[in-house]
Design a protein around this ligand. Structure first.
Ligand code: NGQ
Ligand code: ZN
Length: 454
């Protein structure tokens, strides 16, 4: 979807980087904001909007997992865990051909837009055919990710994933991982294909991702950093079993090992830095890297809770991701992030350092961290993408609220419907809560699910 040529908005209330402003003129040319001016009277022509906040970045997604949401909620007698969930996820892969994969991605991306996400970091590792051979176009599946983003208009930061091993120490991959695999030369070739795949996608960003310390050796990790065209994402310490395996292999914990062996800086996003000690918390905060938290998925998979309060007290940066896409909801990710900590710490408003409301603080921090991790400029400011969310001040949950209470009421107190419209690159993609191409995208999704699950 092409960016809108020239658009002029007039927002009754807008959340700017410096705070709330009234009667704000926002201009965009070819999808980029060119002017933000508060205190202007409506010119009678500009697109009038009610309460405007910047679109939120979703820094971590595996789009295809949307289609298996709700199908792994039976434990069985021998118990269930992240690892047995992963077995089911691997089996589900057998059903995915390129067309099906694209239909699922488009559905997931449409749902992201409808919930308030305007850009996704697709942590993409399903590269090869069902038998593990390459597609005629090596980057076929990346092309499909880009096509899904294009169909919906969602901003895309593509993170092609390097995967070569099943565990620490360069263990051989398992047969179930055959569709993910590369050596470094093969991966460099894939990256070239990804560049071509993104050529027609407006303001796409290309980064890369070593899947985890399990899936890449130290030498491979070093080679990947040298190849990185943009942000570097990695799954780092999601499960205690993974921490134990890392300790057994190296004598160090995953985050500790990473900082001892790579120059981790603001280009990095450490996804699921769930299990970290105080020293690791400090290392991560000092490096300027973003910690990627995926509260809904982390709860669903039983990962554990990240020591969020310690991390933000030392200046740590974070953003949120929808990861397994078991439920796609920007507000819910932030709400659960806060609620997990409240339950753990037995207190209220436990993260925001004081004068800002929890909703305002969470939204702003996750917005800045998400943008950093996705390689774009944050907020409603000149040079940033014209990605705007319009809240409906007439929604029951938002009545007679102003300023930060609007954000708090959207994030903590509105079931749905509070998000009225979503604009991306200056174009209206969601109106009255519905994506403008919802019928076509859902029809393709319906047909795809009938093929693979019917
Ligand atoms: C993934 N998902 O790659 O889809 C992973 C599971 C793994 C999450 N970590 C596989 N939530 O980590 O080995
Ligand atoms: Zn993940």
């Amino acid at each position: 979807m092409k960016p809108a040529p020239t658009v002029r908005f007039h927002a009754a209330h807008a959340l700017l980087p410096q705070g709330w402003a009234q009667d704000v003129r926002i201009e965009s040319v070819a999808g980029r904001i060119t002017a933000v001016v508060a205190g202007e009277v409506w010119d009678g022509q500009s697109q009038r909007l009610d309460v405007v906040v910047p679109g939120l970045g979703n820094l971590h997604s595996h789009a295809f997992q949307r289609a298996m949401a709700g199908l792994t909620e039976v434990g069985g007698r021998s118990g269930d865990s992240f690892w047995s969930w992963r077995e089911l996820m691997y089996r589900f892969l057998d059903r995915l051909d390129p067309e099906t994969f694209q239909a699922i991605a488009a559905q997931a991306y449409m749902e992201m837009l409808e919930s308030g996400f305007t850009r996704v970091g697709e942590f993409h590792y399903l590269h090869h055919t069902e038998n593990g051979s390459r597609y005629a176009d090596h980057a076929e599946m990346s092309v499909r990710v880009a096509a899904g983003a294009d169909e919906t208009g969602l901003g895309l930061t593509l993170l092609p994933v390097f995967y070569a091993h099943s565990d620490f120490g360069g263990a051989a991959p398992t047969p179930a991982q055959r569709r993910f695999l590369h050596d470094i030369d093969g991966f460099a070739d894939l990256l070239e294909g990804c560049k071509r795949a993104l050529a027609d996608t407006p303001d796409a960003v290309l980064g890369l991702a070593p899947h985890s310390l399990r899936a890449s050796t130290p030498e491979e990790l070093q080679a990947l950093v040298a190849l990185a065209p943009g942000p570097i994402h990695i799954h780092i310490a999601e499960q205690t079993r993974e921490v134990d395996a890392c300790l057994a292999w190296s004598g160090q914990r995953p985050v500790e090992w990473l900082y001892a062996n790579a120059a981790v800086d603001a280009r990095w996003c450490l996804v699921h830095a769930t299990h970290v000690n105080d020293k690791e918390v400090q290392l991560m905060a000092d490096s300027g890297a973003v910690v990627g938290l995926c509260p809904i998925t982390e709860a669903n998979l039983g990962d554990g809770l990240f020591p969020m309060r310690e991390f933000v007290r030392v200046g740590g940066r974070f953003g949120v991701g929808s990861d397994s896409n078991v439920l796609i909801d920007a507000a819910e990710e932030l709400r659960l992030l806060e609620y997990g900590q409240r339950l753990q710490l037995r207190g209220r408003n436990v993260l925001s350092p004081g004068d800002l409301s929890s909703g305002r603080w969470l939204y702003q921090q996750a917005g800045e961290g998400g943008a950093q991790a996705l390689g774009v400029q944050a907020g409603l400011s000149v040079g940033a993408a014209a990605d705007l969310l319009e809240l409906d001040a007439e929604h029951p949950a938002l009545l007679n609220r102003s300023g930060d209470a609007l954000l708090d009421s959207w994030l903590f107190a509105a079931r749905n419907g509070a998000l009225r419209s979503v604009w991306r690159n200056g174009r209206a993609l969601v109106r009255d809560g519905r994506h403008v191409n919802r019928d076509a995208i859902s029809a393709r999704y319906r047909a795809a699910l009938a093929r693979i699950l019917g």
